[in-house]
Design a protein around this ligand. Structure first.
Ligand code: PMV
Length: 389
């Protein structure tokens, strides 16, 4: 059976962590903002069901793309019915640079797959998806459901944009990140890029902020719980200038390095806790719109990250160059290479200083919009039977 060509284009922004990277893996607070640069993914049906998927025109190799493969397993069971896909990715984010490119890719891909397959709802709500009555566990393989009540209850299918849910994209992307990072992943990237704006993760409910949801994960170091909040982004004439060292640095490796260091020297957990208190102060300053205080906290946070050993000579070089024009400077993301950020009212001078020091600069506003469907045609790509949910 062949299908008419159908397509979905979805995008999600990258993110910068303002405070708390690494410490957040151990349950400490962290704050991140969505940035203007986005990852766009388009999926199109091709050929017959069962044919090899293509990525950028060449056969898709699951082992090379664990984020995409993890989502495919959860949202697109290969069967007689499910069409094969042609996937194309257009990213304005450097990968493995601390800007959340893999979370943005995962969030955009989960949105695209959901828009393409649609979502069944009946009068009681969703019949499929992570919070449906199927009790699908996004951190593991999904269970196949048979809800006989669906048709009886006048079930219908939400399609395209209407099928998208930011929470679902965030939780699926977190599950995939956890899988790829050997169980150690906070939801900071996935939540920020899915919802957009500014996100605070904390071990507790924070007064004066909108609480979104809780997230739990069993990590090799024990169970973690994060309370995820929305932080209002101050309407201030302030910018982030990102300086990319151009040095590739995979998150998993850096997270593991910190984990081994803490296993060897448990007393250094104090540094993790101190990063947590800086993040709390930084979030408070952000809430009050005191950008000078936000900058000071960023710089203090950087000094602690440097102490943990996750900076690099390349990052230090760019941090030093940008410091003269900035309210605050720090590395962002897992470090070891990748990017630094400067909070500044002089974006042009800051960007020039970064470029002169040998970095590549990107200027962004703070807290852009989250995941979205940019286009769709002929959705759903196929109509799953009840047993295919
Ligand atoms: O993926 P990156 O480089 O943006 O870093 C993510 C932040 C970490 O705290 C280092 C890891 C995590 O899962 O929170």
């Amino acid at each position: 059976m062949t299908h008419p060509v159908a397509m979905v284009v979805a995008s999600a922004p990258g993110k910068c962590i303002l405070f708390g990277e690494h410490a957040v893996v151990y349950g400490e607070p962290a704050v991140a903002v969505a940035i203007d640069q986005r990852v766009t993914i388009s999926i199109k049906t091709h050929q017959k069901p069962g044919a090899t998927w293509k990525l950028e025109g060449v056969p898709f190799i699951a082992e090379k793309h664990p984020h995409l493969e993890g989502l495919r397993k959860r949202l697109w069971h290969l069967s007689e019915q499910t069409p094969s896909l042609d996937i194309a990715i257009n990213s304005k984010l450097p990968s493995a640079a601390g800007l959340g490119s893999s979370a943005a890719l995962s969030v955009a891909f989960s949105a695209a797959l959901r828009a393409a397959r649609g979502r069944r709802v009946d009068e009681k709500g969703w019949c499929e998806g992570f919070s449906s009555e199927l009790k699908t566990d996004p951190y593991n393989e999904p269970r196949r459901g048979h809800e006989a009540g669906f048709i009886r209850n006048g079930g219908r299918r939400l399609l395209g944009k209407d099928a998208i849910d930011e929470d679902e994209c965030a939780i699926l992307a977190h599950a995939i990140e956890a899988e790829v990072q050997k169980g150690r992943a906070s939801p900071i990237d996935s939540s920020t890029v899915s919802h957009g704006g500014c996100t605070l993760l904390s071990d507790d409910f924070e007064k004066g902020l909108d609480w979104r949801y809780s997230r739990q994960l069993s990590t090799p170091e024990g169970k973690r719980n994060w309370e995820v909040h929305d932080v209002p982004v101050p309407q201030d004439d302030v910018w982030l200038v990102i300086g990319n060292t151009g040095k590739y640095s995979p998150t998993g490796k850096m997270v593991e390095r910190v984990a081994s260091m803490l296993a060897a020297e448990p007393e250094r957990m104090n540094e993790i806790i101190t990063i947590g208190s800086i993040a709390r102060r930084g979030a408070d300053a952000l809430k009050k719109g005191n950008m000078e205080a936000v900058g000071i906290c960023m710089t203090e946070n950087h000094l602690l990250l440097r102490g943990l050993g996750v900076s690099s000579p390349e990052l230090e070089n760019l941090v030093k160059a940008a410091a003269n024009y900035s309210l605050g400077v720090k590395l962002t993301g897992s470090g070891g290479g990748g990017c630094m950020i400067a909070l500044t009212r002089e974006p042009k001078q800051t960007a020039e200083a970064i470029e002169l020091a040998g970095g590549r600069s990107i200027v962004t506003s703070l807290g852009t919009s989250g995941v979205r469907i940019d286009d769709d045609e002929n959705v759903p790509f196929w109509t799953p039977g009840v047993a295919d949910s």
